[in-house]
Design a protein around this ligand. Structure first.
Ligand SMILES: Nc1ncnc2c1ncn2[C@@H]1O[C@H](COP(=O)(O)OP(=O)(O)OP(=O)(O)O)[C@@H](O)[C@H]1O
Ligand SMILES: [Mg+2]
Length: 344
């Protein structure tokens, strides 16, 4: 799962760490991927210092050895027994946060995680506060996205944008992606403004708004400062927060248990073929193609699609939706495919 918001400082890392703490306390084998170049999640998990390999190397080349070397044990494991690791964040990951990532790039983390996901029960990805390459890379590697919002006007707008962006990516590229919903962070029950914004979020997101809210508590900052999980921090406030994160985790785990829609799975396979063919193409261009529902591409335009490999045989695109056209492209024989260096 990814924890995201298109706005900075609303509590993505706090929620990612809170959920990691809940998963750790529950005995789940957990990996936190720190995709934010600010590396706050790594810090909160006690992974501080010089590391030879980080998530930036993984995004460069998601080879088995590199992926393994970029993952270390969190110091949380010293406080309490359990299994919690972190894929180390790096300022060098900034290089991948371009506004126009290619499909090849946004697929890298998924490729990396496919090598290790059997070792974990839950992978939590902390993302930067934008919809650039890194967040999209995180979403393509995720089944679920949790959106964090503060009860303030700009956060409400950003949450709405995030939900739309997830839907766009789901339709155009990765059908298994689902928004888990929106959770309100830094809630102050006494604040009229907060009550008003919470109400607004409720009207906007309906059942997609989590019924639990995370309150503003200094305890959170103390636990983060000490690089300790909130579940082991003393005091009533810490216990209350731990319970909230337990609830959000239960909700998340339950959403993974929902019966898989066979049609969706089939679509998923097709889409991943399409994505491979489209690798190297600009992601926005592909998503735009999907959004042109009313105007199917002409034969000539299809033939002119800049595919990275092989010849394109003409097909009759009449009456085909853009997605069907992409599927047709996926079923073409592309004989001159060069083996992908990273998959070899
Ligand atoms: N519920 C809360 N109560 C008190 N402090 C909080 C709470 N949530 C977050 N904070 C504090 O607010 C600051 C920003 O939170 P956090 O780093 O989690 O946000 P973020 O969305 O990850 O930020 P960025 O966009 O920079 O990655 C941190 O200092 C954090 O400790
Ligand atoms: Mg953060």
């Amino acid at each position: 799962m990814s924890v995201s918001s298109l706005k900075g400082g609303v509590g993505k890392t706090t929620v990612a760490l809170g959920l990691a703490s809940a998963a750790f306390a529950r005995g789940l084998r957990t990996l936190v991927v720190d995709l934010d170049p600010q590396c706050d999640a790594s810090t909160g998990l006690g992974a501080i210092g010089e590391f030879r390999e980080t998530v930036a190397d993984v995004l460069q080349n998601p080879k088995h050895n590199i992926v393994h070397r970029a993952i270390v044990s969190s110091t949380w494991g010293k406080v309490q027994s359990g299994h919690i690791d972190v894929m180390i964040g790096s300022p060098r990951a900034l290089k991948f946060d371009t506004p126009n990532p290619t499909i090849r790039d946004v697929w890298k983390l998924e490729e990396a995680l496919s090598r290790i996901e059997k070792d974990y029960d839950l992978v939590i990805i902390d993302t930067p506060p934008s919809i650039n390459g890194l967040t999209r890379t995180a979403w393509v590697a995720s089944d679920r996205v949790l959106i964090v919002s503060e009860p303030s006007i700009f956060s409400v707008v950003a949450a709405d944008r995030a939900m739309r962006a997830i839907e766009e990516l789901r339709k155009g590229l990765t059908p298994r992606l689902e928004a888990l919903g929106v959770v309100i962070n830094r809630f102050r029950p006494q604040s009229k403004e907060h009550a008003y914004r919470a109400n607004e979020l409720q009207e906007m997101f309906k059942e997609d708004l989590m019924t639990v809210q995370i309150e503003e508590r200094a305890t959170i900052q103390q636990a983060q400062g000490a690089a300790r999980p909130i579940h082991t921090w003393p005091g009533d406030h810490a216990a209350e927060l731990a319970k909230i994160f337990d609830d959000i985790l239960s909700y998340t785990m339950a959403s993974f248990q929902q019966p898989t829609d066979k049609r969706r799975l089939k679509m998923d396979k097709k889409m991943s073929r399409i994505s491979k063919i489209m690798r190297g193409q600009n992601l926005d261009a592909v998503l735009e193609l999907e959004s042109l529902q009313e105007e199917p591409l002409g034969l000539k335009e299809i033939a002119e699609l800049e595919l990275p490999t092989g010849p394109v045989r003409p097909i009759d695109p009449k009456f085909l939706s853009p997605i069907e056209q992409l599927e047709a492209l996926a079923s073409l024989e592309l004989k001159e495919i060069k083996p992908d260096e990273n998959q070899a």
